[in-house]
Design a binder for this molecule. Structure first.
Ligand code: TXA
Ligand code: MG
Length: 319
């Protein structure tokens, strides 16, 4: 059931979540598939709806940092990052509090829990406020498929498996949150995301250890092939054939033959490119092309996150 965001649909969302149902909602990064974090059965329903092959741990979403830090052992580093970036596209992995109300399935049985305070509408923030134990939400896509940046993507991918989809419009950042592990003395970046590594390091006053190599599989949910379109996808192309669709950063020179073309940012902005990445991939995947070729992507800023998602989309299919 897809509904525009209204006071009525938000009230329904709250009731459904309270009853253990699944509600998809917009965040600044991607759409999330939400469930009451304290209800084990509701959390299990998320894995079933997504077809996740294993119980990868989920991020719990909160209305504010105070609620988030009530369920984990936050330290001074966490407080500093929260003050700088929340609400925003940053997820912190911390040790669970002694009396963490979140279902252990949501943390996949780990001693840690991922928490974040997302940018959501004022209406949905009120819904979050009604769940002080958190709303767990993975991206609202079938496991291993492209992440959704519109309510229509959620409807097309998960359909009736979601009890309610609240249409909050397209996501502004369009790329998942950066995941930082603060459970040990050395802070680690587990997933590049919509907040650049350098911006996080500037606030921490220290370098992050990188744990994002897809071959290493450090973060439990960081499977190599993830975010995959259904067509084969090839990276670092400089030309396209007539039966291929092309995805380029800002310069489409050499890709004139492509039967479909998406330019991520004509002005060359990494932020704009990140915001448009998944919706562009969704469109190219729906085109008549046999394959998708991808041109060179930017190196700095959000370039690392963009390249990370594209590498996963191409995994196992290199030419
Ligand atoms: O932007 C986002 O983060 C979106 C929106 C909906 O908030 N959510 C999202 O969730 O991308 P998901 O489940 O698709 O990705 C969560 C990532 C996975 O890579 C998972 O392995 C990692 O966070 N993660 C979650 N809990 C963890 C934990 N306790 N330790 C290490 N990694 C964890
Ligand atoms: Mg995901």
């Amino acid at each position: 059931m897809l509904r525009p965001e209204t006071p009525e649909s938000l009230k329904l969302a709250q009731t459904l979540l309270r009853d253990g149902a699944l509600v998809a909602f917009a965040t600044e990064t991607v759409y999330g598939l939400g469930a009451d974090a304290t209800k084990g059965e509701a959390v299990a329903g998320i894995y079933a709806a997504k077809g996740r092959p294993s119980f990868n741990p989920l991020i719990a979403h909160f209305a504010d940092a105070q609620s988030a830090f009530a369920v984990v052992q936050a330290d001074e580093r966490a407080a500093r990052l929260a003050a700088a970036f929340w609400p925003g596209p940053l997820t912190l992995v911390l040790r669970r509090a002694a009396y963490c109300p979140i279902a252990s399935l949501a943390g996949a049985g780990l001693p840690t829990q991922a928490v974040r305070v997302p940018q959501v509408s004022d209406g949905f923030r009120s819904v979050l406020r009604a769940f002080p134990g958190g709303i767990v939400a993975p991206s609202a896509n079938p496991s291993g498929k492209l992440s959704p940046t519109t309510a229509q993507h959620v409807q097309a991918g998960l359909g009736e498996a979601v009890d309610l989809i609240i249409d909050g419009g397209p996501c502004a950042a369009g790329l998942e949150s950066a995941v930082v592990d603060l459970s040990g003395p050395q802070p680690k970046l587990l997933r590049h995301g919509a907040l650049a590594q350098a911006d996080i390091e500037a606030v921490m006053g220290q370098k992050l250890a990188l744990d994002v190599d897809p071959a290493v599989k450090a973060s439990p949910g960081q499977m190599v092939q993830h975010y995959a379109p259904s067509k084969p996808l090839f990276l670092n192309a400089s030309t396209a054939k007539a039966d291929q669709a092309a995805l380029v950063f800002s310069d489409s020179n050499g890709f004139e033959q492509a039967c479909a073309l998406e330019v991520l940012s004509p002005s060359g902005s990494d932020v704009e490119a990140a915001a448009r990445l998944f919706s562009a991939l969704h469109r190219l995947d729906a085109s008549s092309a046999r394959a998708i070729v991808v041109g060179k992507m930017p190196v700095g800023g959000l370039g690392a996150a963009i390249v990370d998602r594209l590498r996963r989309a191409a995994a196992g299919r290199g030419e």
